[in-house]
Design a protein around this ligand. Structure first.
Ligand SMILES: Cc1cc2nc3c(=O)[nH]c(=O)nc-3n(C[C@H](O)[C@H](O)[C@H](O)COP(=O)(O)OP(=O)(O)OC[C@H]3O[C@@H](n4cnc5c(N)ncnc54)[C@H](O)[C@@H]3O)c2cc1C
Ligand code: FES
Length: 346
């Protein structure tokens, strides 16, 4: 079926395959349709149907709450076209996808899985083809028997045939149950992606500040690994604040220490513990990482006080954490919103 998008009197046309989500069809063909989560929660892909017929895949999607049926509003990521359709929307239409890679569909299978903590699993998924992406991007993962896709950020920093993910267990969550209830080695996964613009160009020339909580570290590790590989820290500094609850929730400490060392300590890492005391680690004589008590965002704001303005800020983690960080940066610290890039994990 044919979809026509009208924007400021210009028309863009693209084909959608049978059963394909309107958003994915447009993105796949290089049209920069507005979106954030691509999975029905954020509402940023809201559009208006001017003619044609759609099928809603998830009527209860949280992002659809702001869609007025009286105005024929719908979520492009949660609807497929049943006939040729004409749509319009308020958001910005990017000329082309900023990442430079067109997203597509890929089939893979889980080749490795291990627990990093009691409720975080790391999986490796192997694909027959190279999946191209930029450090900091994510894909939408689908598994058989589970309604709807889930977004997961790649820990790897560049495209390849094996992608690494970390998944934090959400009690009674659909994908969490699929992954945590039984060993999933050799299980098939299909993905759509890569998506997301929380990426860093090699020559952006700004210091970077990353604030993240829990599994939000996935895409941030990718981004910082890329920065180290690009020698980004020869000319700029980096600060990472990684928030977890307590010692038993800590993972990837070794990877973070390695990044600090490879950056010649131009990257500084602080791990914050929101509950209990700061645990004692075996420093082996080196204090590569700082450890502080408190919630990650207030700690980061306090530590960065007076040195925020020249940074590009990356935020990743639970929506509450990301929204709070944006509020503190923009409202409390008058930080320019266009220098903030984020992924809200919900
Ligand atoms: C950009 C982005 C990157 C993310 N990266 C990571 C990551 O690296 N690691 C990580 O642990 N988490 C990540 N998340 C969160 C992740 O996508 C899931 O929300 C989380 O793992 C919980 O999934 P669940 O299936 O266990 O929970 P559920 O509550 O079952 O589902 C959570 C999400 O799945 C979708 N969904 C649920 N039910 C339906 C349905 N019936 N039809 C269609 N869709 C449905 C919705 O988007 C919902 O918010 C990311 C989220 C986003 C938006
Ligand atoms: S992109 Fe469609 S609801 Fe988030």
């Amino acid at each position: 079926v044919k979809i026509t998008v009208s924007k400021k009197e210009i028309e863009y046309k693209f084909e959608a395959n049978s059963g394909e989500r309107v958003l994915y069809a447009g993105l796949r063909q290089g049209l920069g349709l507005p979106h954030e989560c691509a999975t029905g929660t954020c509402g940023s892909c809201k559009a208006r149907l001017k003619s044609g017929e759609l099928k809603q895949l998830w009527p209860d999607a949280p992002g659809a709450k702001s869609c007025k049926s009286s105005k024929n509003e719908f979520l492009m990521c949660q609807n497929t076209a049943q006939s040729d359709c004409e749509v319009s929307f308020r958001g910005k239409l990017a000329d082309q996808l900023e990442s430079g890679y067109l997203p597509n569909y890929y089939e893979g299978r889980v080749v490795d899985a291990n627990y990093l903590t009691a409720d975080v699993i790391r999986i490796l998924v192997e694909f027959e083809q190279v999946v191209p992406f930029r450090a900091g991007q994510f894909v939408v993962v689908n598994v058989e028997g589970l309604e709807g896709g889930r977004a997961y950020s790649m820990v790897n920093c560049a495209g390849g045939t094996t992608l690494e993910f970390i998944v934090k267990q959400l009690p009674e969550g659909g994908f969490s149950s699929w992954l945590f209830d039984s060993p999933r080695l050799n299980s098939k996964l299909s993905i759509f992606g890569a998506l997301g613009n929380a990426t860093l160009g090699a020559d952006e020339g700004k210091d970077i500040l990353c604030i993240t909580g829990g599994s939000g570290i996935a895409g941030i590790i990718a981004l910082l690994t890329q920065a180290v590989d690009d020698n980004y820290f020869d000319k700029n500094t980096g600060h990472l604040f990684f928030g977890i609850k307590a010692e038993q929730d800590l993972f990837f400490r070794d990877r973070l220490v390695a990044l600090v060392e490879k950056s010649n300590r131009k990257l500084q890492v602080t791990i914050t513990f929101s509950m209990g005391d700061i645990p004692k680690f075996d420093y082996a004589g080196k204090e590569d990482i700082n450890y502080l008590s408190g919630n990650v965002t207030p700690v980061a704001m306090q530590q960065m006080s007076g040195q925020l303005q020249d940074n590009l800020v990356f935020l990743a983690g639970p929506p509450g954490m990301v929204d709070d960080a944006i509020r503190r940066l923009v409202i409390d610290a008058a930080f320019p919103v266009h220098n903030i890039r984020y992924d809200k994990f919900g």
